[in-house]
Design a protein around this ligand. Structure first.
Ligand code: ARG
Length: 646
């Protein structure tokens, strides 16, 4: 077991298996995953008994979604043997030899179900969980470039997520990206990848010229330092109001000129008037300011950099509340113009881009991608666009990081944008690069606003939800008085509420932001999950048993069906993590954790700790302590901070 200081706060340990111990089956790690012992055993025994290549059987043995279907199952049709699958299943079941590890298998239709024998499973699973703790379930081998040669190092992944726009609200889309991205970073970390967490800020463009000018009129140094995000937004709103006020007369003049022209009347005077209006307009001033930023004017850049630095500092505080720290703060401003012009050259050479009314465009419909339409690459005035910067960024990142994989966590509203980005990359001749990139998208959150109904800054939302949880906590005076830092706990519970609601359901589905539902203790909510963890902690405190000695408990005493099923569920955790690495869906972890909390609630009356004989008490506490550990591991992978009291 390796524990590394460089892991994110949310995941603390990582298990690695030395190559000497690997199994004859690829991807089988019996010292890391208890179920691999059983898969290995079944494949070998069944292979011998039925004369089938064990290598063929092994990958076909799957875990089950509910325990009544067995601990493992083999859909025999997948073996691709020319025989009626039901007959084959019957045949294989009859041939399976007696085993110390599993009960005689059962045939159900074309499936064979395997149930583990109680004692070996219990001592194996509980022994591991109590010893490996945070590392239980992790598998550092998954991220090895070459699992048989550790000197080749880890695979590298860039996860780009959150990516808010400076001076604009951090909206629900950014929140979802942050939650899902943080979760993905944890999953890849516990699978042994070298993870680079990148924030690609919206920090460049004419609007930052507008903001800088606006700051001269409406800004305040002190307010900027105190609360940069809110203050900059404030300035942004005010200066934009001015822009739209000026917009009216300008539009009016343009109309007048148009009608006069149609009547062939002289418009010289009106045009001069218009030019004057435009010249002093905030919009034009912003354009000029931004131009000076693009030209590298140090003074113009200094103010912009100050906004950016202060905003990042503030973002960092908010991210810390969500257990996230970024390795890189990149952004649209960081993309070199050479990267973009190199890309134009490649596009031109490859015959991908074309001139159209003074602009440069890519017409995807001509390149086998009808659905992607057309995209502008360079505007008429020669300036690049959002897409152009992303094209520059993708190659820059490839050159700088040499990643094995890159994930963009961005709302489904930008499906087209990312599809165009990947397609252009491919058409430019970087087919391999495009194939290493993936867009992880998600649906919209509806109705996210503060209680006052005002603009939706993340900090305000989190404060609101935290306040609500604080009110709930205060209702139980005795418990409340025992919580060390109630404010902090309320904050964590609030954040958990928001995050669990976000992770309930598949990513592509949107949902309604519902403060009452998410903070409820009824149903599968964040507070309920935290409560389940806190209750197990409380049980451990009240038992007054030494946690370090629980591993020596007599596990044979755990004979009740409730205990057996709980152990079987704990045995699945490493498989759940592996499965999650495939689905990349938080719900894969979350629904497992709720299955466990439901099982726990129905066990407390049956498997009492207090009042039981000392050896039974110790064995049951070992079971509950193991459940707490796995619950804790799962919550941390999701990016939650499990609380010990609430
Ligand atoms: N800043 C963008 C927005 O708020 C999201 C950036 C997504 N990432 C990217 N590489 N385009 O819409």
């Amino acid at each position: 077991i390796m524990s590394t200081a460089s892991l994110p706060a949310s995941v603390e340990a990582l298990s690695l298996q030395s190559t000497a111990q690997t199994s004859q089956f690829p991807g089988c790690f019996p010292t890391l995953n208890p179920m691999d012992i059983y898969r290995e055993h079944i494949a070998e025994e069944l292979g011998k008994a039925a004369g089938i290549d064990a290598q063929k059987i092994y990958p076909r043995i799957v875990w089950t979604s509910t325990l009544d279907k067995g601990d493992l199952s083999l859909p025999v049709a997948s073996l691709q043997i020319k025989q009626n699958p039901v007959e084959l299943a019957k045949d294989l079941v009859s041939k399976f030899p007696a085993s110390d590890l599993i009960h005689p298998p059962t045939q159900l239709g074309a499936h064979i179900q395997f149930f583990c024998k109680r004692q070996p499973l219990t001592s194996n699973v509980l022994g591991r969980v109590l010893k490996e703790k945070a590392a239980y379930g992790t598998n550092g081998n998954q991220g090895q470039k070459d699992p048989s040669d550790p000197s080749k190092g880890q695979k590298k992944i860039i996860i780009e997520f959150s990516s808010p726009n400076i001076a604009k609200p951090f909206h629900a889309g950014h929140l979802r990206s942050t939650i899902i991205g943080g979760f993905l970073a944890n999953i890849y970390t516990v699978m042994g990848w070298n993870v680079i967490k990148m924030n690609y800020l919206g920090d460049w463009g004419k609007q930052y010229g507008l903001l800088a000018n606006g700051f001269k009129d409406y800004g305040n140094e002190e307010a900027l330092i105190r609360d940069p995000i809110n203050h900059l937004f404030d300035v942004y709103v005010k200066i934009n109001r001015q822009v739209s006020e000026q917009d009216g007369p300008i539009k009016e003049l343009k109309e007048q000129i148009k009608t006069k022209k149609e009547k062939n009347e002289d418009v010289a005077e009106l045009e001069a008037q218009l030019a004057k209006l435009v010249d002093v307009s905030e919009d034009e001033k912003a354009r000029r300011y931004f131009k000076s930023m693009e030209d590298g004017d140090p003074e113009a850049l200094a103010l912009w950099r100050k906004f950016r630095d202060l905003s990042i500092e503030k973002y960092k505080q908010t991210y810390a509340r969500l257990n996230i720290d970024f390795d890189v703060y990149s952004g649209e401003s960081q993309i070199k113009s050479e990267s973009m012009s190199d890309a134009y050259k490649l596009m031109e050479e490859a015959g991908v881009s074309e001139k159209s009314e003074g602009a440069v465009i890519v017409d995807f419909t001509k390149h086998g991608a009808k659905k992607l339409g057309k995209a502008i690459i360079i505007r008429k005035d020669g300036t690049p666009l959002y897409l152009t910067r992303d094209i520059g960024a993708i190659t820059e990142r490839d050159n700088e990081y040499h990643f094995d994989k890159m994930i963009y966590v961005v709302a489904a509203q930008q499906d087209l944008h990312l599809a165009q980005l990947f397609k252009v990359t491919e058409l430019m001749g970087h087919k391999d690069l495009a194939s290493r990139c993936q867009h992880i998208n998600f649906g919209m959150v509806r109705g996210m606003s503060t209680r006052k109904g005002t603009v939706k800054f993340l900090d305000d939302i989190l404060r609101d939800v935290g306040d609500k949880m604080h009110e709930v906590m205060k209702k139980n005076e005795v418990k409340y008085s025992q919580v060390e830092d109630p404010e902090k706990t309320a904050d964590i519970l609030g954040i958990t509420s928001v995050m669990v609601q976000d992770m309930t359901g598949k990513r592509v589905n949107g949902y309604d932001f519902n403060l009452d539902a998410m903070t409820s203790f009824e149903g599968d909510t964040g507070p309920y999950l935290q409560y389940a963890h806190a209750r197990l902690c409380s049980m451990a405190r009240k038992s007054e048993l030494n946690v370090d000695e629980l591993v020596n408990a007599n596990f044979d005493l755990l004979t009740e069906q409730h205990a057996v099923d709980l152990v079987r569920l704990l045995a699945q955790w490493p498989d759940v993590l592996l499965q999650t690495a495939k689905t990349l869906e938080p719900i894969t972890v979350l629904s497992y954790l709720f299955r466990m909390t439901h099982m726990l609630s129905s066990s407390y009356d049956v498997l009492k700790v207090i009042g039981s004989e000392p050896d039974v008490k110790q064995a049951r506490m070992a079971l509950y302590a193991s459940a707490r550990q796995v619950l804790n591991n799962g919550m941390r992978v999701l990016g939650l901070s499990p609380v010990e009291r609430m």
